[in-house]
Design a protein around this ligand. Structure first.
Ligand code: UDP
Length: 384
C-alpha cells in the first residue's frame, strides 16, 4: 500500500488546530483530533520528515537505521499497544544489551549472569548473589543522587565498572550531581533474564516507526507541512480552536527566563561488509572510547541484508536537544516556564506536551500516553 501524507506547501484551509512538531506526540494528537473529533489539523515540523527522533530510514547501503538513536518500544498497557496496532503490525522487540568492561562483554542490566562472570563465580545462585550484593552495598536508606542510588544497590566495584564512566560520558556530570532516577531506571536482576527492560509488551513496528507514524497521519483531515519552523507561522496563522506545541518550552517564550540546558548526541554510522558485527543490538562502553554505545539495529528490525550498519553515539553539549538534564536548578527553571505555559493554555488555548515542551525524558510509550492525555484535555474542554 503506498503511504500518503497530505503534505501541503501553502496553507489554503481553515484549521481547527495547529500542531507544532510532527514527532510521536504531534502525530498522535493530530490523529485523534482528526479521527475522533473530525477537526482539520495542520501538522508542522522543522525537519524534512515526520516521526521526530523515532525516525527510521534506509542508510545508503539499504540497511534500516534509527537515525536519532535506538527506540525500543515497550509498555505494560495493552490499551496502548492496541491503539498503535491501528497503524502497524508488530514483531517482537529483541532488546538485548551488553556492556564492554575490561575487554569482556557482560549482560547489562546487571543480572545473575553478569555477577557470575564479574566475580568469577560460575555457580552462583540467586540467594548467594543476593548475599554477595548485600555484603557490598553501601548504606544510603534515602539515596539523594545517582551515585548513592547505585552504591546502595550494587556496591562500589560494580558502580565503578558499569555506571560511573558511562554516566560521566553521557552527561559530563558526576553521578553524585544527578537525580537518583537517572541510573535508577536501569533494573538489577538476580535471575538470568537478559532483556533490557521488564515490560510485558516489548515490540517493534514491523515496518518501522516512520511507517507507523505515516499511517497515523494519513488522514484526510490532516495536512503536514515539513521543513517549516512553527515560529514563522505563529503570528500570521491562527487556528480556529487550539494550538498544540511540542517544541522547546523556553523557545516558545523567547527564552525570557533563561535557557533550559539539554544534553545532545551526535551519531556516526558505519557500514560493514558483513551481515552482523555485534552479538546483540547494543553494546555499552562505560570505560573506553569517546562514544557511549554502538547500536546494530538489524537485531531489532529483523532486516535481512548482506551488510550491516553500526551507529556510534557521542554525547555532546551542543546540538539538537535530546535529554533534559535532571538537576534541581533546571527543574526549578522549568517550573517557572510551566507556570507561563499554564497561563497560555488558559488564555490562548495553547497546549504544551512532550519531552521538549515538558522538559522531561519520556520513553516512547510514555510520550504516546502523554499525547493521549493531552488529547483528552482538549476534547473535554471543547467538545460539547
Ligand atoms: N547507564 C550507565 N551505564 C550503562 C547504561 C546506562 O551508567 O551501561 C546510566 C547512564 O547514566 C544513563 C542512564 O543509566 O544516562 C539511563 O540509561 P538508558 O540506557 O536507559 O539511557 P537511554 O537509552 O535513555 O539513553
Amino acid at each position: 500500500m503506498p503511504l500518503m501524507i497530505n503534505q501541503v506547501s501553502k496553507i489554503e484551509k481553515e484549521y481547527s488546530v495547529i500542531v507544532a512538531g510532527a514527532g510521536p506526540v504531534g502525530c498522535v494528537i493530530a490523529e485523534r483530533l482528526a479521527s475522533q473529533l473530525g477537526w482539520k489539523v495542520l501538522l508542522v515540523d522543522k525537519r524534512a520528515h515526520i516521526a521526530g527522533n523515532c525516525f527510521d530510514t534506509r542508510h545508503e547501503s539499504g540497511v534500516l537505521i534509527h537515525r536519532y538513536g535506538p527506540h525500543y518500544f515497550r509498555s505494560n498497557k495493552i490499551d496502548l499497544v492496541n491503539y498503535l496496532s491501528n497503524f502497524t503490525k508488530w514483531i517482537p522487540g529483541n532488546y538485548i544489551v551488553k556492556s564492554s568492561v575490561n575487554n569482556d562483554l557482560y549482560p547489562f542490566p546487571i543480572n545473575l549472569l553478569t555477577l557470575r562472570q564479574f566475580f568469577k563465580q560460575p555457580d552462583l545462585n540467586a540467594e548467594q548473589a543476593e548475599a554477595l550484593l548485600a555484603s557490598r552495598r553501601e548504606h544510603f536508606p534515602n539515596p539523594a543522587n545517582s551515585e548513592e542510588f547505585v552504591l546502595s544497590r550494587v556496591g562500589r566495584e560494580l558502580y565503578e565498572a558499569f555506571y560511573l564512566g558511562y554516566t560521566l560520558k553521557q552527561w559530563n556530570i558526576h553521578p553524585r550531581d544527578l537525580a537518583p532516577s537517572v541510573c535508577g531506571r536501569i533494573p538489577v536482576r538476580l535471575n538470568t533474564d537478559e532483556r533490557y527492560v521488564d515490560h510485558e509488551y516489548q515490540l517493534t513496528p514491523a515496518e518501522g516507526f516512520t511507517n507507523m507514524f505515516t499511517n497515523m497521519v494519513s488522514h484526510p483531515n490532516i495536512d503536514v507541512m515539513l521543513e517549516t519552523d512553527f515560529e514563522t507561522l505563529r503570528h500570521s496563522l491562527k487556528p480556529g480552536i487550539a494550538t498544540v506545541y511540542t517544541g522547546q518550552i523556553d523557545e516558545y517564550f523567547d527564552f525570557k527566563l533563561g535557557k533550559l540546558p539539554w544534553r545532545s548526541l551526535q551519531f556516526e554510522f558505519k557500514e560493514e561488509p558483513t551481515e552482523y558485527t555485534q552479538p546483540c543490538v547494543q553494546i555499552n562502553y562505560p570505560n573506553e572510547h569517546g562514544y557511549t554505545r554502538t547500536v546494530e539495529i538489524k537485531h531489532v528490525t529483523g532486516q535481512k541484508h548482506p551488510h550491516t550498519v553500526i551507529s556510534y553515539e557521542y554525547p555532546t553539549a551542543e546540538g539538537d536537544p535530546y535529554y533534559p538534564i535532571p538537576m534541581e536548578a533546571n527543574a526549578a527553571l522549568y517550573d517557572r516556564y510551566k507556570a507561563l505555559a499554564e497561563e497560555e493554555t488558559a488564555n490562548n488555548n495553547v497546549y504544551f506536551c512532550g519531552r521538549l515542551a515538558e522538559y522531561k525524558y519520556f520513553n516512547t510509550d510514555e510520550v504516546i500516553e502523554r499525547a493521549l492525555h493531552t488529547f483528552n484535555l482538549i476534547k473535554n474542554r471543547y467538545e460539547h
